[in-house]
Design a protein around this ligand. Structure first.
Ligand code: 4AD
Ligand code: MG
Length: 465
């Protein structure tokens, strides 16, 4: 086939250029028909819908058409015509067909439709070929793009936080070690500990759990920054909402207090969901039909409603008075579990909730203390079906108060001297938050398991692909 530019199926399905010659390339989803005529449903990943290719059997060598089976990859040159079928308004009358790659019908794992999501996780290398993962991956892309669009429009600068870090001060979770030492025979110190001074970086290094501390350094110069990168947590939490490798968006804003922080978080989330409704409707309609028939109405509702704001203390009172039986009992001072968060959002308020004023003992060292000396200016945004989607806070900008917290929490000063420098030199009130990207995608797609919204999930005992 001579070299011509490929038409994307998404464009052809919207086209009215009947009679024009087009070239499509993609993967066969189904082939059906009779001895005179074949119908091929072709998909190129540009849209959830397939284009129908009509093939006159007599015009092609029998051997060629036999190679065209579910999963095979072909190029078709033909004429775009108005379709008489119910399903589509255009189709292609094939003139020339080239087979790029066959897919043996006996062994192609996606030969049949309707595989379970669990099965598809075991073939993560092929699942982008399904309608479901095509939709999820396109939405994921659109959300990443919208995040950069939003912050760029608001005057934020994208700051690249490091992935390898020598600091574990954040305390957000257990960390993965990064080392080039000989794992069978590492150099040891007299006490038997590994001598990391001989390691690649001359010290013990880990994969980052968060880019926040570095984002704070950026905000103390550029005022408005955000990070958007992979973060790693080595906890053994096998839940539908936890990954060991996930992407996080962390805006950090000089001169913002906790209220500005909440306003930004609410506006940001609404912008992203509105963006999805405006740009991904085909995919959302597909997911709404196949998985969750309340998806689109839930997205619209979140965009329209004011998030409920209350303190942790008020929330605990509501939970205790609820008469519910909990797997984890609630009492002032304990961390809230997903069951409590979802009760507040789904049952009590029926809308997203922002909780503030958490007990200092269950939150990180950098959060600004409230006047009561017991609670900190933290805020968590809780979403229906998800629970916590955002965690953030106003930061302690006062050097003395911060030092007090660091000592109380036994954080070695030598590990955070660079962070403390921002409080010594030109400190400023500031705040920020972290949005878990996959939790956002869970919410927007209506999928139930976080393993199904990232191309290659990293979870305990799972890093095959
Ligand atoms: O609440 P977290 O731990 O907050 C931080 O890391 C702060 N440094 C953020 C900041 O203020 N800049 O994590 C933030 C968000 C959570 O609300 C959740 O959405 C997501 O990251 N998250 C996870 N997502 C998937 N898998 C995990 N294991 C996650 N842990 C946190
Ligand atoms: Mg949190």
């Amino acid at each position: 086939m001579e070299h011509t530019r490929r038409n994307r199926i998404v464009d052809l399905l919207k086209s009215k250029s009947y009679g024009s010659e087009v070239l499509v390339k993609g993967w066969v989803r189904t082939k059906r028909g009779n001895k005179n005529i074949n119908f091929i449903a072709l998909n190129d990943g540009s849209v959830v819908h397939h284009i129908q290719v009509v093939v006159e059997v007599a015009a092609y060598p029998e051997d060629l058409l036999k190679l065209i089976t579910t999963g095979s990859c072909i190029a078709v040159k033909g004429i775009l015509v108005e379709s008489v079928g119910q399903e589509q308004h255009v189709e292609i009358q094939a003139r020339e067909i080239e087979v790029y790659g066959t897919a043996d019908a006996e062994s192609y794992p996606l030969q049949k439709k309707g595989h379970s999501l669990e099965f598809l996780r075991e073939i993560a290398h092929l699942r982008p070929r399904t309608n479901t993962f095509g939709a999820v991956l396109r939405i994921r892309h659109a959300m990443a793009f919208a995040i950069h669009q939003y912050f760029n429009d608001q005057g934020f600068y994208y700051l690249h936080a490091p992935i390898i870090t020598g600091s574990d001060a954040e305390g957000a979770g257990a960390m993965f070690r990064v080392s080039t030492l000989d794992d069978k025979n590492p150099p040891l110190l007299p006490g038997g500990h590994v001598d990391y001074s001989q390691d690649f970086f001359g010290k013990e290094t880990k994969l980052t759990v968060s880019g926040q501390l570095e984002a704070e350094l950026g905000a103390m110069a550029l005022s408005l920054v955000y990070t958007f990168g992979p973060t790693f947590r080595a906890e053994n939490s096998n839940t539908p909402r936890h990954l060991a490798e996930f992407w996080m968006i962390e805006p950090e804003m000089a001169f913002y207090d906790i209220h500005d922080d909440m306003d930004l978080a609410e506006d940001f989330l609404k912008y992203l969901i509105r963006y999805a409704l405006g740009h991904c409707l085909d995919d959302l309609e597909f997911l709404n039909k196949m998985y969750d028939n309340e998806l689109i109405s839930r997205l619209k509702q979140v965009v329209d409603e004011k998030f409920e704001r209350l303190t942790y203390t008020e929330a605990v009172e509501i939970l205790k008075a609820s008469g519910q039986t909990w797997e984890y009992p609630v009492d002032w001072g304990t961390d809230l579990q997903a069951e409590h968060e979802r009760y507040l959002v789904e049952k009590h308020f029926g809308r997203p909730v922002i909780l503030t004023g958490y007990p200092k003992d269950i939150k990180a060292f950098y959060m600004k203390m409230n006047e009561d000396g017991k609670t900190v200016r933290a805020m968590d945004v809780l979403f229906p079906k998800i629970g916590e989607i955002i965690g953030g806070s106003q930061r302690e900008e006062n050097l003395e108060a911060l030092m007090k917290r660091i000592h109380e929490m036994n954080i070695p000063e030598k590990d955070v001297w660079w962070y403390l420098d921002t409080r010594k030199f030109g400190t400023a009130p500031h705040a920020g938050f972290g949005l878990g990207f996959e939790r956002l995608i869970l919410f927007v797609t209506g999928m139930a398991n976080i393993r199904d919204v990232i191309p290659f999930p990293r979870t305990p005992k799972n890093a095959e692909f």
